[in-house]
Design a protein around this ligand. Structure first.
Ligand code: TRP
Length: 453
């Protein structure tokens, strides 16, 4: 009897020990995931890619992954990021032929070349936006910019050029968030500098041609404190997202300042129409469409996750690829490296020199070889830039053919790009000069916008 009891106690103790060990193992796995952003796999060290989505499957191989989050973009292949893989990892949808045709049908316009050429390549819930619009329900656009310096480069214009097209074809209001608070929290800059960059960058944004009657540009540093409804939405988001969740999405660690940890709620808030009572008269249910580069998606995965829990609509999204650095499609352009980008302030001569000197070429080393084997447009940065800025489809196709066959040399291709960008940048500079402080003030004043529902 007593030995039976002893065995029983012993089994109990062993079970408790096993339980404790299982618990410890589980905790270690959770810690591992929080620190690396990846699921633990025995015998598989964490890859360079330290951030994964909260709803996408974890990377199942150890190498060759692209790193894409709001602060880093680096690709493992010279062709750049594998965007099809990103769609799978982020759980978004591809902009396919059917959606393109619907956009054309509903808007009554030929799709923008960014759409036709797959530069905007992924979306969330775009069909719902179009369904509503077909039933004469309007929506609004939301995009933004982190003003980290005075100098903007051509890559920064991509979402704004596209947003302007959307505003024109759908005739809808737009809000532009300038996250000067974000840049203050992340960079070694003063509040005054960040706010000044907001105003300078706003001029470049206005120079893209937005309609002042339909566009509200705001600085977080100004608007957060001035708009009770905006702040209420920020707080609602803050209450319904845990530290664990943002750690998983953004890779925050215990040593990040608390400003960073709560910032995603501030980027989420403009997705809700009730954050702008002056525009929407307190309506909570005006759908929002966000055109942005794919690296901003983590913010909006979080936003879409929290929205139903606070009784608000999930925003829809259109995602663009990255604008490649002059040095190649492996990285996105960086405002801190002057030779990685064409700046909106560059002179015609600087544009020419930078392209001739730094644009990564997919051509062959000698003219003889190039004539014989032809160039590779998939990795050639000058060609890639032309897909962004040369609107004429036929011309672009001909350049592609000629470069691939070897008929067109790298120097000639670069010349075409130089002659495309020089007037484009000069015109931008001209339009920016026309933007007065009063105009900036007007765009940045909370006020009703002009649109019909
Ligand atoms: N975080 C973005 C940046 O650093 C700025 C931003 C805020 C944004 N809200 C946005 C970009 C909405 C796209 C869409 O540039």
């Amino acid at each position: 009897q007593s030995s039976k009891k002893k065995i029983g106690q012993c089994v109990h103790a062993i079970n408790a020990e096993i339980d404790a060990a299982v618990q410890l193992l589980l905790k270690l796995k959770v810690d591992y995931k929080q620190m690396t952003g990846q699921d633990y796999k025995a015998g598989c060290p964490p890859s360079e890619n330290l951030i994964v989505s909260n709803n996408g499957p974890a990377a199942d191989d150890c190498d060759g992954e692209d790193l894409v989050d709001p602060w880093n973009v680096s690709a493992s292949s010279t062709k750049g990021v594998d965007y099809d893989k990103l769609i799978v990892r982020f759980g978004s949808s591809k902009i396919d032929k059917e959606l393109l045709e619907r956009i054309e049908k509903v808007s009554g316009q030929r799709a923008h070349h960014f759409l036709r050429r797959g530069i905007f390549f992924s979306h969330r819930d775009m069909h719902q936006i179009l369904d509503a619009y077909e039933k004469h329900k309007s929506f609004y656009l939301y995009t933004g910019r982190g003003p980290s310096s005075e100098a903007m480069h051509v890559g920064h214009l991509i979402p704004f050029i596209f947003t302007k097209w959307l505003q024109d074809v759908f005739d809808i209001p737009l809000v532009v968030q300038m996250t000067d608070d974000e840049k203050y929290l992340w960079k070694d800059l003063t509040l005054e500098e960040c706010h000044r960059f907001t105003v300078e960058n706003a001029k470049d944004i206005i120079a893209c041609g937005f309609d002042v009657n339909k566009t509200f540009i705001f600085s977080d540093l100004d608007y957060m404190g001035a708009s009770p409804q905006f702040y209420r939405n920020v707080v609602k988001v803050q209450k319904h997202v845990t530290f664990n969740q943002v750690k998983g999405i953004f890779g925050f660690t215990d040593s990040d300042c608390i400003g960073k940890i709560s910032f995603p709620a501030i980027q989420a808030a403009p997705s809700f129409s009730s954050s702008f009572p002056q525009i929407f008269g307190g309506k909570k249910d005006v759908p929002c469409l966000i055109p942005c580069a794919i690296d901003q998606d983590p913010y909006f995965r979080m936003t879409r996750d929290v929205a139903p829990r606070i009784g608000l609509l999930k925003p829809a999204l259109l995602h663009s690829t990255f604008f490649p650095a002059l040095q190649g499609a492996q990285t996105k352009m960086s405002a801190s490296d002057p030779n990685s980008s064409i700046f909106l302030t560059d002179t015609p001569k600087q544009i020419k020199n930078k392209i001739n000197k730094h644009a990564f070429s997919g051509g062959k080393d000698t003219v003889e070889e190039h004539r014989k084997y032809g160039g590779n447009t998939e990795v050639d940065v000058s060609f890639l830039y032309l897909t962004f800025f040369l609107e004429d489809d036929e011309k672009l196709e001909k350049i592609k053919e000629d470069y691939t066959s070897g008929a067109l040399l790298t120097g000639e291709l670069k010349k075409i790009l130089i002659e495309t960008l020089q007037p484009m940048i000069a015109q931008h500079q001209e339009r920016r000069k026309q933007v007065t402080d009063e105009m900036v003030q007007q765009f940045m004043t909370p006020r009703p916008l002009n649109y019909k529902f």
